[in-house]
Structures are given as C-alpha cells and as structure tokens.
Design a binder for this molecule. Structure first.
Ligand code: HEM
Length: 227
C-alpha cells in the first residue's frame, strides 16, 4: 500500500495520494472490518451446525466428495461446495455480523410519499429484514439453508432485503474474500472433527459493534479418526 501510494506521489496524480494518518486509518478499517465480522460469521455458523447435526453431516459428505478427507480445499473445489455456500448465506441471514447500517441524507429526498429532510439519520435494520416473514415466508426465523438452493432471488420476495454485506457503491469490499475464508475454515474442520454444542451454552446474541454470543460459544469437538 505504501509503495502504491509512493507511486502516486511520484507520478502525475499528486492530488490523489494519501497522508500517513490516512493510510494508518485505512489499515485500521481493514483490520476491524475484516477480522471481527468474519469471526462472527464463523461463530454463528458453528452454532447452527452444532445444533442441526443433519446439516453438519450433509456438509461433511459434500466436502469428502469434493476434496476428500485430507486435502486442503483448492479454488476449484471450493466452487463445487454448493451446500457449504447455502449454509454460509443462511448463517449470514439469521446472524448478520453487521446488524444494521447507518446513513445520513445529504439532500432533501422523497421516499414514497414521505419527505426526508437533508441531515436525517437513517438506520437500515439488516437483521429485522433478514427475519421478516413478509419477505421470507412463515419459517423466516428458522434455519433452512434449502431455501437458498436456487439463489437469493428465489428465496426472498424482495431480494434487496438480504444485505449482509450492504448493497450499492459502498458495499463490503471484502465479501468474496470473507466467504472464501469461511468456506476454507469450515471445510477443513468438517474433514477432521464432528462437533456439538456444549450444555454450558446460553443463547444470548448481543451487539458489541458486531453481533456476539454474550456468554461465548462453547462447542465440543470430537476428532474423526481416518485410516
Ligand atoms: C462475514 C464477513 C463480513 C461482513 C458481514 C462484512 C460486512 C460489511 C458491511 C455491512 C459493510 C458496509 C458498512 C457500511 O456501509 O456502513 C462493510 C464494509 C467494508 N468491509 Fe466488510 N464485511 C465482512 C468482511 C470483510 C473483510 C474480510 C474485509 C477486508 C479484508 C472487509 C472490508 C470492508 C471495508 C474496507 C469496508 C468499507 C467499504 C467502504 O466504506 O467503502 N470486510 N462490510
């Protein structure tokens, strides 16, 4: 990043370069936006699979079929893990790491017949839309990855109501990276361990910037012994 910035300073586009403080801020944004969110996704995905063990087995079978029980998944094999992708997107629906987006209008706007003056703070309630029966049907609050078998547009009456990574020009720049990361972690753990939720677990999702299990997520892992 420093080298790219120096290139801009040395070239003709002087006005586009960033100062050192701006560069440090960008690094902090990437660190926070990239680490905490993906950790939250993994945490709640493990909860869902530890409590829906039939899905855990289905995913394990898919991983074994696509890349065996020892090999680290490759870019090609990840593309063939359809059930794993469905579970990741369903986990992001029920437990979106960013539960809401904040925006502010910079001009007067009309939304339907409502006038929204400039300077109004707007909250986009991601988690509420993700679990709204009007968009997803009567089982909106249930874990049912099957709903995503034919994509979001078939699963949700208003596809724009599914936005774990936000939408539009300021959406998440790391979304592809995050889903690849989650797939690799999940596939390599499924290859090696069966897991279930500990009896110590207390279900109490809370928000500390991102969604978090208030009392942690104790999970019991059992090694799969393979020949
Ligand atoms: C499951 C994981 C992730 C989720 C759910 C997520 C979610 C989001 C959301 C909702 C936004 C929009 C925030 C807003 O507009 O107020 C955002 C922005 C952003 N995300 Fe992610 N993110 C994830 C992973 C990552 C990763 C892995 C990276 C980087 C490696 C990353 C980097 C960023 C950056 C830099 C922005 C700001 C983009 C901008 O303002 O133009 N995110 N993310």
């Amino acid at each position: 990043m420093l080298a790219a910035n120096q290139g801009v300073i040395n070239g003709n586009a002087r006005g586009l370069s960033m100062g050192l403080d701006e560069l440090i801020d960008e690094c902090k944004t990437f660190f926070f936006a990239g680490h905490d969110t993906t950790a939250t996704l993994l945490t709640f995905m493990f909860l869902l699979l530890a409590t829906h063990r039939e899905w855990q087995e289905r995913l394990r079978e898919e991983v074994f079929e696509v890349c065996g029980n020892k090999h680290i998944p490759t870019a090609d094999s990840l593309n063939n893990m359809k059930l794993v992708s469905m579970v990741i997107y369903e986990a992001l629906r029920l437990y979106p790491p960013a539960i809401a987006l904040l925006r502010e209008t910079d001009t007067d706007m009309k939304l339907g017949n409502k006038l929204i003056p400039a300077g109004t703070a707007i909250i986009v309630p991601i988690i509420a839309w993700h679990q709204d029966e009007r968009f997803w049907g009567a089982d909106a609050k249930e874990f049912n990855p099957e709903r995503l078998a034919e994509g979001i547009t078939k699963a949700c009456k208003v596809p724009g109501a599914y936005l774990p990574f936000s939408l539009g020009p300021r959406n998440c720049i790391g979304q592809v990276f995050a889903t690849i990361e989650a797939k690799v972690v999940l596939a390599t753990i499924l290859q090696r361990y069966r897991f279930r939720i500990s009896s110590q677990y207390v279900h109490s999702p809370t928000v500390v910037l991102t969604l978090k299990p208030e009392f942690g997520m104790p999970i019991v892992f059992e090694e799969i012994l393979s020949a």
